[in-house]
Design a protein around this ligand. Sequence first.
Ligand code: URP
Ligand code: ZN
Ligand code: ZN
Length: 470
Amino acid sequence: MKKLIKNGTIVTAADEYKADVLIENGKVSAIGHDLTKHADEVMDAAGLYLFPGGVDPHTHLDMPFGGTVTADDYETGTIAAAYGGTTTVLDFCLTNKGEPLKDAIKEWHEKAKGKAVIDYGFHLMISEVNQEVLNELPSIIDEEGITSFKVFMAYKNVFQADDGVLFQTLLTAKEHGALVMVHAENGDVIDYLVNKALKEGNTDPIYHALTRPPEVEAEATGRAAHLTGLAESQLYVVHVTCSDAAEKIAEARRKGYQVWGETCQQYLVLDQNDLAKPHFEGAKYACSPPLRESRHQEELWKALKMGHLHTIGSDQCSFNFKGQKELGKGDFSKIPNGMPTIEDRFSIIFSEGVKKGRITINEFVDLVSTRAAKLFGMFPEKGTIAVGSDADIVIFDPNIERTISADTHHMNVDYNPFEGLKITGEPVSVLSRGEFVIRDKKFVGKPGSGQYLKRQRYYSPLKIKETIFR
Ligand code: URP
Ligand code: ZN
Ligand code: ZN
């Protein structure tokens, strides 16, 4: 069946224009005017934007952490994402030292199978580099299409890898054309500061932020960037929270290093004061790296505008306040880290960014969709509206006003960190591969309809490194 979306304004990272979009077999088959005669179903999108589906490069669905498991799995998490205009998520596949990487990938496929309502792919965590790992990686890239590896520089004795592992991962990624991602915080220093705070009787959630100051993030970001330069490899720094770390990325890029930076909407609109909320409410806001003093927010917007930061991920990692965040009562270091953020990434950035004049509408599309699709080997199928691309389309009303609340959100979690935030602009309908997942603000998708994405490499190792992303 051919669908036609008429009279909408198409917005990509490069253009904004009025045209009709014809959809056939899950793809955009034509863009133009007066295409009505070709369609079986016609939708009128007058007054609405047609954006490429959001690409969220950073989620943790059905993830174990701190003795518990995230409240959202692939079904509830991807439904919430779709409501918010995200049609692709890249989730982190955790691995265990001494176990084959392929076992972990199999486990992650099982988590998603029959549940995901939008397309998804995996980044692979690397916690050790030995002969077994080096033997496995080429086939994981080729057969699984997993072309990005994640190294944690923090979470000592849990996920943290040392600099040797990071450096060898960078070298391996260079050889195979993959992209290395880092959680950049100095885990050893944090461990010292956390133990000191607890010994001194400082157990409240605010100490989560005070024991992970901007310096530990900036130091690790700079260190990872230097190692990337030394390895002549490529790096993507996840969840950058502060001007200190963004400046390290800018500095590396000035030297010509291939270093990219992601921030998240929570760092642009929330701040450290939230962690000081009474009655342990601050625990709702414990994520790592932590929320910062509010002065960092405008610095991050500036860094996005200036091209020092390049994408916005959600870092969705949801835990209920009751029973999960509460595990950290009396010891902030036991609060499961992360927040429910997958749903409103797109609308918050539109509202706070475009509507408030901080970024252009094309920059918005680049930040929430196109750039991640390019960096993670999914462009042009994902990240744009063009003939031949997947018909992942968000039909968006730029004028609807709404207040975010846990009472109305679709995540499987008992609070929303953006509770009370007034935003303008909202997806009305969302298509994934040409099928409605959200229609007139109602979920009409099917668990299991989301497809696993085998991704292209960051660059072909046979070619000279492409510079088109610079
Ligand atoms: O606090 C966070 N961000 N939790 C998820 C894991 C991570 O570090 O990204
Ligand atoms: Zn992280
Ligand atoms: Zn994360």
